[in-house]
Design a protein around this ligand. Sequence first.
Ligand code: HEM
Length: 389
Amino acid sequence: MAEGDSCWVVVLVGGVVGFILVVVLNHFWPLLFKGKGGTVPKGSFGWPLLGETFSFLKPHSSNSVGAFLHDHCSRYGKVFKSHLFFSPTVVSCDPELNYFILQSEGKLFECSYPKPIHGILGKVSMLVAVGDTHKRLRNAALSLVTITKSKPEFLHDIENIAIQILDSWKNKPRVIFCEEARKFTFNVIVKQVLGLTPQEPETSEILEDFLTFMRGLISLPLYIPGTPYARAVQARRRISSTVKAIVEKRRAGRRNNNNDDDDDDNNNSKKNSDFLEILLSVDTLSEDEKVSFVLDSLLGGYETTSLLMCMVVHFLSHSPAALQQLKVINEALRYGNVVKFVHRKALKDVKYKGYLIPSGWKVLPVFTAVHLDPSLHANATQFHPWRWE
Ligand code: HEM
């Protein structure tokens, strides 16, 4: 080999070794953290870069905490450290610490979902925004939902959609309930938020893009054309354009109505009362925030509500006595664990019950562990709706 060539090999090998060293040091560096007045919880950091993320996310049945939490809690206690989603993390399966984290929102902890999710949701999504922006978005959302829910058409519209779905089962030998629950949930949200019926072409356009968008949320965050992630980002853009076009159409209709004094009063008052109409008149939200709000409603409501409905039907099929009385929502939320944990980040060093949670670390309050804690719920791994009486 010529002298020049061997020089290049040395540089290349040196570069690779240097890079690996930086990655390894960066991964394990936080383990050396010594804060004042408390100790960082015990735990392990797993492999460089990925940490213990794959074991943490390994699927398990909804009425168990899964092997990862089970092993780590028995080894280190209910609060332990780990390395998840590319961050040093404190995982909490302790009800009191979870309560403290959620009660200190904005002061000691803030919402912190993984960065790639920001790319798909956009920066004005309620799951991404923090501080005053988040407060403003949440206040607008709360008042919008409260007004819409109190309208007489609200339950009537939901009932109509349920009847349409039930009618569609008439000539089918078999229906897959989870698919029907998804259809129902999507149609309800789109009707409530955008005033669209299932028959309108925009509804199927939004559904197709929304499903692509959902697939991207649980994919590798590589923006390479053709990957689920890139498709999700594009689908989000298309949903934004469709929603913007609906908003523009409604605005134009509104202007025409204002110019037309002879317009039918009844029609006018119905239009003025629907969600989109109220959303349009909110002046504390920018145009992008309004569109993002529509997406947040779909994202927040679709998977959660339809999954809960499926679980209710599944649990009821195993509990005929509960089916007679239909008292199941609280128990299905506890036992079904639709949302297993949420993402938070410590804004400063936080001391709690002798633990130290270092500033900047990810914090994951795990709801499943609390829902299935036998010291809080007797026979926690059994579906028993009467426990809430
Ligand atoms: C079974 C049903 C549902 C469950 C279990 C559920 C659960 C949750 C949880 C745990 C959060 C907190 C996320 C966090 O702070 O990190 C959340 C937030 C949110 N959910 Fe739901 N949800 C459900 C239904 C819905 C529905 C029907 C909608 C709208 C149509 C919705 C819209 C939202 C929105 C917009 C947020 C963000 C609120 C904020 O950041 O202030 N959810 N949901």
